[in-house]
Design a protein around this ligand. Sequence first.
Ligand code: CU
Length: 329
Amino acid sequence: MKISKITKICTRVLLLIFIGSVTLACQDKEKKDETEMDKDLTESTAEQSEKTKSAVVDITTNAMEFKTKDELPSGWHTFRYKNKSNETHFVLFEKYPEGRGLEDAQADLTGPFQEGMNAIIAGDQEAANTAFSKLPEWFQEVEFTGGVGLTSAQTTSESTIYLEPGTYLMECYVKMPNGVFHSVQGMFKEIQVTQADSSKVEVTEDYTISIDAVNGITFNEKVTPGEKIFKVEFGEQKVHENFVKHDVNLVWVDQGADMAALNSWMNWANPKGLQTPAPQGFKFLGGMQEMNAGGTGYFKADLRPGTYALVSEVPDPQSKGLLKTFTVK
Ligand SMILES: [Cu+2]
């Protein structure tokens, strides 16, 4: 195989591994459901648990796994992610092509995937190309459909997304201190989404975040303390230098924390990027993983007075308008 072809394949494969930036038709499911989202999750805890009892799905990580249901009906779902481990994680939902699932991923993907990443870290692009050229064609059909943003150790976060019927894998590809992806260590779980549009998630946003390739993150709301719902609207998407499309992560910022360290950590292609330890002075509180242009997701956070950041998992987000801070008061 010619090098140029290998490079082309590798580029495409990387793209799919880390982003799932396949150009599938925009999902407009949210439009029909938005009108039904007439209740407010931010009311009292008792009322909330009563209203959302059936809609909230728990995902728990104790070490390096996703513990949750194996099957869900299609539709809107709120995922409450309990990160009880000592590392930062996220939960990205990946819709697999017909007939493919976890066994295929473990047999065909994780080996070349880690081998390629190790080579990138070592600066050997040719070896990386060779590794990624072993990945199968079907991987190009994997679609990324949102999920829970970066969530610090011993932290709970919550995100709401729409799932079409199909086979999904939940993945976290944060790296351990030795550069090994969490997905290789067990943070790769299959979940079946059945044909039943039963869920009516009752979410009404307090604030709206817009994100697109031209303007970056747009967020100009006056934010007050308390439990708040953020709606994320994805405009034009873009593949960044590390082959990743932009997502939105909510981060608490300690006074005096080094924003440059956060800015650098958000790029997985940096040898120490997206790798334990996470930068000091920040707490990741969830957010919305990447999805196609036109997609919408929600996340909830309990805010206190102070400084927060909204940041994408791309190289140098600050320079692209994809790192914005705001104050809660
Ligand atoms: Cu992880």
